[in-house]
Design a protein around this ligand. Structure first.
Ligand code: AMP
Length: 555
């Protein structure tokens, strides 16, 4: 498929406002995509790689602006592109407004010229670009992007630019793609959903649905080394749990960071975050632990916690100093020790356990690993649960988890089968979407941060954007303000006086006293006395608290 044809179809999808029509347009595109189906399914979600693969293109705005400016000719500079972006608000519109193309002899390489771009070629070139590393890689990336922009006409330039920055913004979320796969190839949505949970690749699942139908979707198995999304919990009370299930599995809720450990004795050990990001290099002692203790291929679910010299838990902030760290790992390892606590297992020695009950999975876990398994108690007594909660808190843990012993493991789902009891004051995880420069002594720092809740699109993981809910300025030391400024300044997208817009990427945990209804913010709510608690490095905007959760809290 020519990329120009793909872009025309995407433009039709973007222009459509009725959800069902959008799904049908996407389904028709899938049905026509032939060999390009896997790539098309991913590109619609702004992805070049499958969801399980945390490889990124690693192209920042500056690089994209440089490539666009070069393709627009000698009269346009990267600063001009940035200025246009401040006016237009999104890079696709900027790319489309520039007269790109036909630049000769300015470092165009490969075939150059104006050969029509195909979807496959765009995909291959972006994958090569992602692999570029080391000295000269930035120049190489600009060259590749220049060549692509130089050969594309609007509206292809619009979607190319958005794709390069991993944001399609066409109103198509994961739920839409799932429904469109079902519609295009006449298979039940549930079967598609389940295959997606296991395989985490919209492209591969679309091909299975088309070529093998339901049997192909049902046959999908886990692969050691390929992560799945973590199963999630709702908040609930001990009485809710006893009423719903009779017998309740009670576990310690560790105050750490979620990890999925994939260990293959004949291969390697990889560790993934709850968002399937590869964090192996940051946690060498967990790798050493797995290599010493595990003898068969397994996928374990658990939490890494920071511990003191006696093995007692340290606060969550300590784990975050280790999690995802890319430099000085050995030095930090001396300062903060981390340990694994496991509480579930998804696969043991060739057998997938997603459909097995928690009871059975726990038996397999106990057979597989002799230590570092979270204790589990089965009880039907609400008072017993309260005692265990008090004991967990006095041991320095975050609280307890209540689980349905008969339930299956449902990746990525915040279902009714896992409940978290968190007795401390609620906090919210909100996305930073704006900020204000400080005054006086704090003039060089961003001082006040605009916070937004996630808006779901009704299906999948939400592509509905963000709605503002408040501003936080208290609870932040000068030193922390400097760190936050370093973190957020590169993500500034537009400014108005001292106020700036920030690309949604960073999640803050904030405490508050109350949520009030208020016309001031887009969400219709405002936080009373918000205070900064922490940067949630382990969460992406897709994991931030949603507006519907806030609706429930207010109720
Ligand atoms: P929250 O981050 O508040 O949504 O709470 C859910 C998180 O608690 C999970 O994603 C895990 O990271 C963490 N957690 C700690 N202990 C457990 C446990 N025993 N079972 C499940 N999740 C746990």
């Amino acid at each position: 498929m020519d990329f120009a044809d793909f872009a025309d179809r995407v433009a039709d999808i973007e222009a459509e406002t009725a959800d069902l029509e959008i799904t049908t347009l996407v389904a028709t595109l899938f049905a026509d995509a032939d060999d390009d189906l896997p790539v098309v399914a991913r590109l619609l979600l702004g992805r070049v790689f499958p969801a399980w693969d945390s490889t990124t293109l690693d192209v920042g705005p500056a690089l994209c602006h440089a490539a666009l400016a070069r393709a627009a000719g000698p009269n346009v500079t990267p600063d001009d592109v940035a200025d246009r972006l401040a006016d237009a608000g999104e890079i696709g519109a900027v790319a489309e407004s520039l007269d790109l193309g036909g630049q000769q002899g300015l470092g165009a390489f490969g075939a150059g010229g104006r050969d029509p771009l195909t979807v496959a070629e765009v995909n291959d070139r972006l994958r090569d670009l992602a692999a570029a590393d080391g000295s000269g890689s930035q120049d190489h990336k600009v060259d590749v992007l220049f060549d692509l922009f130089n050969r594309a006409d609007p509206p292809a330039t619009r979607y190319l630019a958005r794709l390069v920055l991993s944001e399609m913004r066409i109103g198509v979320g994961e739920g839409t793609v799932r429904d469109a796969i079902a519609e295009a190839f006449d298979v039940p949505v549930d079967a598609v959903e389940r295959a997606l949970q296991v395989e985490n690749d919209y492209g591969a699942v679309a091909v299975r649905a088309r070529d093998e139908g339901v049997p192909g979707l049902t046959d999908v198995t886990l692969t050691v080394g390929r992560p799945v999304r973590a199963m999630l919990a709702q908040t609930g009370t001990a009485a809710d749990a006893v009423d719903a299930w009779g017998t309740v599995a009670v576990e310690t809720k560790y105050d750490g960071a979620r990890v999925q450990v994939h260990h293959d004795p004949a291969g390697e050990t990889r560790i993934f975050s709850r968002n399937m990001e590869d964090v192996t290099d940051a946690l060498p002692e967990v790798v050493e632990f797995a290599e010493t203790e595990l003898e068969v291929p397994v996928i374990l679910d658990g939490e890494v916690v920071a511990v003191d010299d006696d093995g007692d838990p340290l606060p969550f902030q300590e784990v975050l100093r280790r999690f995802r760290r890319k430099h000085d790992i050995e030095r930090m390892r001396e300062e903060v020790a981390v340990e694994l606590r496991t509480f579930d297992c998804l696969h043991v020695g060739g057998t997938d356990l997603l459909d097995a009950s928690l009871r059975e999975r726990r038996e397999r876990l106990a057979d597989t690993l002799a230590t570092h398994v979270s204790p589990l108690t089965l009880t039907d007594d609400v008072d017993d649960i309260a005692d265990r909660e008090a004991a967990a808190l006095s041991d320095g843990h975050e609280g307890i988890m209540l689980k349905n012993p008969e339930s299956a493991y449902t990746p990525g789902k915040r279902g009714q089968n896992w409940l978290k009891r968190k007795p401390d004051v609620e906090t919210l995880d909100l996305v930073v979407t704006g900020a204000e420069w400080g005054e006086g002594r704090r003039a060089n720092h961003l001082g006040t941060f605009l916070l937004s809740a996630r808006v779901e699109d009704g299906g999948g993981s939400g592509d509905g954007g963000f709605a503002t809910i408040g501003k936080v300025a208290t609870g932040i030391t000068d030193e922390r303000l400097a760190e936050l400024t370093d973190l957020l300044e590169p993500r500034i997208e537009g400014r108005d006086g001292t106020e700036v817009d920030i690309d949604p990427a960073v999640v803050f945990e904030v405490g508050y006293e109350e949520i009030q209804e208020s016309p001031t913010y887009e969400s219709g709510y405002a936080l009373r006395f918000p205070r900064f608690v922490a940067v949630r490095d382990d969460k992406s905007p897709a994991d931030a608290d949603s507006l519907s959760r806030i609706d429930r809290l207010v109720e």
